[in-house]
Each structure stands twice: as structure tokens, then as C-alpha cells.
Design a protein around this ligand. Structure first.
Ligand SMILES: [Zn+2]
Length: 201
């Protein structure tokens, strides 16, 4: 937001509509000084005045904030860019989730195989202990990698204010969880609650 640009734009649009500063002020039930202040870039319209002001000037709030006209074409391009990045993010997150499941599955499996071999086959005690330790380490590393991937994949959504966020690793690890939810503190409203996992914002 740039007050000077927006001010210049308000002046331009007002003149385009053929209003004097007094006339515009009267329509909005404000003082002429306020309009003059905006136009000089010394103040920004209050939130409550934005919609009526835009209606009088025949512009959108987005244009008022940008301080210039935005063509339909630009609107479309911007909207499509946002859409594509949202879809790409979702796809990326799906891939990560599949990878996570694969890692979890293979590490648990190889851990189990090592435990089984250590338990069933005849071998020196040293080798048996080594196999059990390696099996445990493999399983632990797998779980660790899955935690990192899981925290990175998508967002958690606060059920109170619907904010989507990525928790810090320590908050993530400490958070009590079920299969689909995790108890986290929302960075926006500060409430601690069971947050659901979402793949996209
Ligand atoms: Zn919240």
C-alpha cells in the first residue's frame, strides 16, 4: 500500500467522475479536508469508508489499495497463477505423503526382519545383540524421517479460527496426536486445540 499512489489515484478517479472534493466529501458524509488529505498522500481512507468511496469512484478495493486500475486480463492472470501454485503444492504434498508411507513401511519391515533373524536363527550372542540394535536404529531413523516429512507436508488447521500453519519441530514432536489430528498452539489466535492436517492452504 502506498498512500501517495492511492491519493493520486483517488484524485484522478474523482476528476474522471466530474466531482469536486466538496461533492465527494458530501456523498461520503465526511469533511472536505479529509478528501484533500487522502489526495495529498497524507492519510489513507478508513476501512469503513473504503467500500462507499470505491462505489462513488467506480473502482474496486483492490484498485484503491494498488493505486491504479487493474485490467480484467490482469485479474484473470493473477487468479490463475494462484490457482496453479495451489494445485502444484497439493500434488507435491501428495507425493511426500506416499514417500512417507513407503519409508514407514520399509523401515518397520526391515526392523522386524532383523528382530526375527536375531530371535530365530542360531548365532553368537554378539551378533544377535548387534542385529537387535541395528533393527532398533533403522526403525528409529525411519520414524524420525517420517516426522520431518509429516511436519513438512501440508498444514495444520486451527479449528477455532481456521488459520493454517506449519508448527515448529519441537511443538510438533511434543504435540499429543491421533492418526489425523495433533494438539498444537495456533500462531494466530493462540488457542491450543486438536488441529487437523490439510494438504493445501
Ligand atoms: Zn487459531
Amino acid at each position: 500500500m502506498n498512500q501517495v499512489l492511492t491519493g493520486r489515484f483517488i484524485k484522478e478517479c474523482r476528476k474522471g467522475k466530474g466531482f469536486t472534493q466538496e461533492q465527494l466529501a458530501e456523498k461520503l458524509n465526511i469533511s472536505c479536508k479529509t478528501v484533500s488529505k487522502w489526495e495529498c498522500g497524507n492519510g489513507f481512507p478508513e476501512i469503513s469508508l473504503m467500500l462507499p468511496l470505491c462505489a462513488e469512484l467506480g473502482i474496486t478495493v483492490n484498485e484503491l489499495l494498488s493505486g491504479c486500475k487493474i485490467s480484467d486480463e490482469e485479474y484473470k492472470i493473477k487468479a490463475e497463477e494462484n490457482l496453479i501454485s495451489a494445485v502444484a503444492e497439493r500434488r507435491e504434498n501428495k507425493k511426500k505423503m506416499v514417500l512417507q508411507i513407503l519409508i514407514a513401511f520399509s523401515t518397520v519391515l526391515s526392523g522386524c526382519v532383523m528382530f526375527l533373524i536375531a530371535g530365530l536363527l542360531q548365532m553368537p550372542v554378539g551378533l544377535r545383540v548387534a542385529l537387535i540394535i541395528i533393527g532398533a536404529v533403522v526403525a528409529a531413523v525411519g520414524i524420525g524421517v517420517c516426522c520431518v516429512l509429516d511436519r513438512d507436508t501440508g498444514y495444520f488447521q486451527c479449528p477455532v479460527c481456521n488459520e493454517t500453519f506449519i508448527p515448529s519441530m519441537s511443538a510438533y514432536v511434543a504435540g499429543v496426536h491421533t492418526l489425523t489430528k495433533r494438539r498444537l498452539k495456533c500462531p494466530r489466535c493462540g488457542k491450543v486445540s486438536f488441529c487437523k492436517k490439510k494438504l493445501g492452504k
